[in-house]
Design a protein around this ligand. Sequence first.
Ligand SMILES: Cc1ncc(C[n+]2csc(CCOP(=O)(O)OP(=O)(O)O)c2C)c(N)n1
Length: 803
Amino acid sequence: MAGKSQDKVQQEASIQKNQVLEDFRWAVTSRHASLMGRKEVFMGKAKFGIFGDGKELAQVAMARAFQKGDFRAGYYRDQTFMMALGELTVQEYFAQLYAHTNVEADPASAGRLMNGHFATRFLNEDGSWKSLTSQYNAAADVSPTAAQMPKLLGLAFASKLFRNNKGLKDLSDFSVNGNEVAWGTIGNASTSEGMFFESMNAAGVLQIPMVVAVWDDGFGISVPQEFHTTKGSISEALIGLQRTDTENGFEILRVKGWDYEGLMQAFASAGQLARESHVPVLLHVEEMTQPQGHSTSGSHERYKSKERLQWENDWDCILKFKEYIISSGFATADHLDEIEGEVKGEVKRQKDAAWLAFSGEIKVELEEVLSLIRSTAERSSRKILLLQLADDLKKTINPIRKDVVSTVRKILFLIRGEGEAIKKDLKEWYSQLQEKNFDRYNSHLYSQTEAAVSHCQVIPAQVNENSPLVDGREILQAFFDYTLEHNPRFFAFGEDVGKIGDVNQAFAGLQAKYGEWRVMDTSIRECTIIGQGIGAALRGLRPMAEIQYLDYLLYGIQMLSDDLATLTYRTKGGQKAPLIVRTRGHRLEGVWHSGSPMGMILSSLRGMIVCVPRNMTQAAGMYATLLQSDEPALVIECLNGYRLKEQMPQNIGEYTVPMGIPEVLREGSDLTVVTYGSMCRIVMDAAAELAEIGLSLEVIDVQTLLPFDTYGIIGQSIQKTNRVLFADEDVPGGGTAFMMQQILDNQNVYSYLDAAPQTLAAQAHRPAYSTDGDYFSKPSVEDVVEKVYQIMHESNPKKFPAL
Ligand SMILES: Cc1ncc(C[n+]2csc(CCOP(=O)(O)OP(=O)(O)O)c2C)c(N)n1
């Protein structure tokens, strides 16, 4: 202090005092939001509540260290952090608790997620990027514990790329020299999840600016610490990751959740270390409490001892903060009480405003419909019943949309036999409401912007008789070469992708040509390969994450399903991560290298594009389309197609393959076979054989399973052939069942069918090893021939006698 003027010292002291009191304000604001939130649930105004009480102090400290351009990937306890950052008002907090469906009311999820799921908006309304370096960024939360970790890795990894990949230097809306820290939060019990350990190890290897704060309150719902973590402490358990003077690793810090100064220091130094030196940090925040228990689902008195409950009271971080403020002379107890009184009033005011806005919208609809029902009743023969239903609806306490809509639907059913003039007003009103409700609850499964795949320009591949025949993998290699040269945001990574250019060499030589920041190797960690891609894509990059074989997608599918596929939907267009996942499958050898688990994929990845190119020419065109778009995708190349010969298109890198448009590979008149991927060749071979006995097959390659045949090409074919077979290599009831459902439900082909629609799939078990194993497990040419013949036999046994 010796060199400082008295004024300067005083100024600094007052800044500190202001800061401390501001932090106090945020802590108690958040606490009262938690206390009132729980009451709202118990009063029946919200369905479920999970709150951040007991975790406030650490979060005001984290908010102080968090800078513009930084990213958070955390979990449901982080309300204080979001509030202190200015990214969550109390009113918005309650809007989410009530499930208010307006983006303006709940910018994180538009009422789609239960409370405590935080997010900031990365995108403008048209889907274009905001300047992420000019704002605080919170990646949209998901509920599965620890699922925030893999994308956290990617968010931090992107800083590393921005710092080291010179081609990204101009992207100043996304990064300033890779100075952005990715801050993660996780509960102590959730650190037991595999993805936590996988992410931590990967961050230590990658040396990225990732700070992971563990909020440790000694429990995971009712289960105490000794069931969760070796040695009862995650920072002890991870000591082997700690950096030394000679080896890279993690910085590990420990701090108490009630120690304001300790927390401020720990978060500041963690942030600085990560930001400047890209050293990852584990910040273990111990001795946190949970004053109201885990959630509104139960009370913690059931499983915490009296001593523990007493300890939680005595070591409540806000109580300790008050003691600290008073003993440091920043404020008197009376002053703090005064602040708290003010805060409580303000929290209540914003809570009430949130309720008024939420319930007000519904009330408007309710009033409208009541008056419509009454006027309908006057004209209807069911007058008394309708008035009774209106009366019941009016009496509903805290009415919701379901009450309104179900009453209207009941009435429309009741008066179905009455004249149009009687029903018209109510029907019209309901149809408009349906549109609004679709937007509220069902929109944004896929991109609704100009960059959706459906808007991408179609440029046909140019091939002529002089186009050279090459191995399929060379077509991909030429495509990736072109893309690496022309698209600086594009990079590819995965197991064996870097040095050898992937196990089938589609990237061969490209790391040498474009460098290790464009084409890179990773360890064997599918879950975090996906997370790495999601995080990087959230930051404006165009990653291609490779999963070596489709069979190993299972390790990564949780992240794809829970995080990537739901992202646009759960933020109602507020965030996007146009990650391309490249993999290969369908056919090679044995149980774990020839899988085709399409049913699994189709059920769990709604929200993603799923491409099944039959060869590498189609694959390259699909990648080109996807790179123009803002949608996430999975592309499954044919594992047995890399050495097959194809003609190299002249406009490689530029031509595109449209999504959702099947291609008719062979025209025919007797029966349509709908298939994709490696099965295309088998079905084409079968078609050639059947042609010899005069049977004419129309063969259709669906090309993409999601979206599926947007223009009804398959239906048109069935109108011509009147018979259809859906064939693939998945288990029975998987991909073929999906295709059949799409056609039967959406293309109204029933009346055109002369024979029952059928499926041909693999055996229900995984495929056995070797050529014979494949033959007896997966559909063969003979299987297709016999199946088609059987359908024809049933139609005309005379012409096609039984085999
Ligand atoms: C994968 C998964 N399993 C189970 C749950 C149900 N669940 C929600 S929170 C929770 C306990 C988490 O405890 P902890 O990580 O210590 O965080 P805390 O709630 O104590 O802050 C559990 C089991 C879940 N959300 N996700």
